[in-house]
Design a protein around this ligand. Structure first.
Ligand SMILES: [Zn+2]
Length: 353
């Protein structure tokens, strides 16, 4: 009686297949309920591409515990399929990009440019799937001027998190024309931090990396120097390269104690650290920090603030952040993608639904 079983299973409940994390290194591609409009401010997107984030590796590696099976993915772009009745700024058929954090874009924090601290913020999940529900569609999504060509989609997808986060790191570190910048971390965010620093006019961009392929990409994105040493040795090398002064701006794109201290100690007195690596076990010693004279600013990037300008830069061919995707897989091979990033065989994995 397979036909009858099939009927009862699908009546009223549409399903999709997406990535779900069950526990350390246990990622499954499995069936779950299809997203649908829940609130009148929602939109449903048919995703053109999605990807795996460096921050997905924290729960994947068991460093952040997973209490229950978690639908994964928070980076997305695609075509609006349906909108709730209150949605005014996007309409079905448009190609849109949204941030990993939803925002109403009207509250005091949003208006101050900190949409990722929106009073109505939700962190997105479940984007490693073909269809996605986005709450607060009006304040979260930004449409492109037209439907993009296929080869532009990786760069537009990068804006959803990594490019926006790298950009915020540079802004938070107060990168300005003529300045000397250090980027700690050679993951996708760090590499795009290099690109952001270059775009914002930095004269010298020192990338810290010991991986030849990543060094090469850092140079393509605008790095002028590469430092392979880490920790205290890395700080000594930065001081040598800056005549003993330290860098004006340092982008911290990792989130470990070592990377944070490396960033702070590589910064000149009066300089700034922009930190966007989600801190894991990072602790500060107040008195030590006091005497560094270093300014710290960071947090979850307010990607929504930068989306219109970044879309413009990609649309006009000024930046190509999609180069960070060095492995593309069909979505159903998502587990392979996690392994490749976990083992650092891939910088960033793009998934095609
Ligand atoms: Zn808000």
């Amino acid at each position: 009686m397979p036909h009858v079983i099939e009927q009862t299973r699908t009546v009223g409940v549409q399903t999709i297949q997406g990535a779900v994390l069950y526990g350390p290194r246990d990622i499954r591609f499995e069936e779950r309920e299809a997203p649908r409009i829940v609130e009148p401010t929602d939109a449903i997107l048919r995703l053109s591409a999605t990807c795996i984030c460096g921050s997905d590796l924290w729960p994947y590696r068991g460093i952040s515990p997973v209490a229950e099976p978690a639908p994964m993915g928070h980076e997305y772009c695609g075509i609006v399929e349906e909108v709730g009745q209150a949605v005014k700024s996007v309409r079905p058929g448009q190609f849109v990009i949204g941030s990993f954090a939803t925002s109403d874009n009207t509250c005091p924090h949003c208006r101050y440019g900190y949409q990722s601290s929106c009073v109505h913020r939700e962190f997105m999940s479940g984007a490693q799937a073909p269809v996605l529900r986005v709450p607060l569609a009006d304040g979260t999504l930004v449409a492109t001027p037209d439907l993009p060509p296929a080869d532009m989609i990786p760069s537009l997808l990068a804006l959803s998190d990594v490019m926006g986060t790298g950009w915020f790191a540079a802004v938070a570190a107060d990168v300005q024309p003529g300045k000397t910048v250090v980027v700690v971390g050679d993951g996708a965010v760090g590499l795009l931090g290099v690109l952001a620093a270059k775009q914002l006019g930095a004269e010298r961009v020192i990338a810290m990396s010991r991986h030849p392929a990543r060094q090469q990409l850092a140079r393509e994105f605008g790095a002028t120097d590469i430092v392979t040493e880490r920790g205290d040795a890395g700080v000594v090398r930065i001081k040598e390269l800056t005549k003993g002064v330290g860098a004006d701006s340092v982008l911290e794109c990792v989130g470990t104690q070592e990377s944070m201290m490396q960033a702070i100690h590589a910064t000149r007195p009066g300089g700034s650290v922009g930190y966007v690596g989600v801190p894991h076990g990072v602790e500060f010693h107040g008195e030590e920090l006091f005497y560094t004279h270093v300014r710290l600013h960071g947090g979850p990037a307010p990607v929504r603030r930068f989306l219109p300008d970044l879309i413009d830069l990609v649309w006009n061919g000024k930046i190509n952040p999609g180069k960070v995707f060095d492995l593309t897989l069909p979505l159903d091979r998502v587990a392979e993608g996690y392994r490749a990033m976990d083992e650092r065989r891939a910088i960033k994995v793009l998934l095609r639904p």
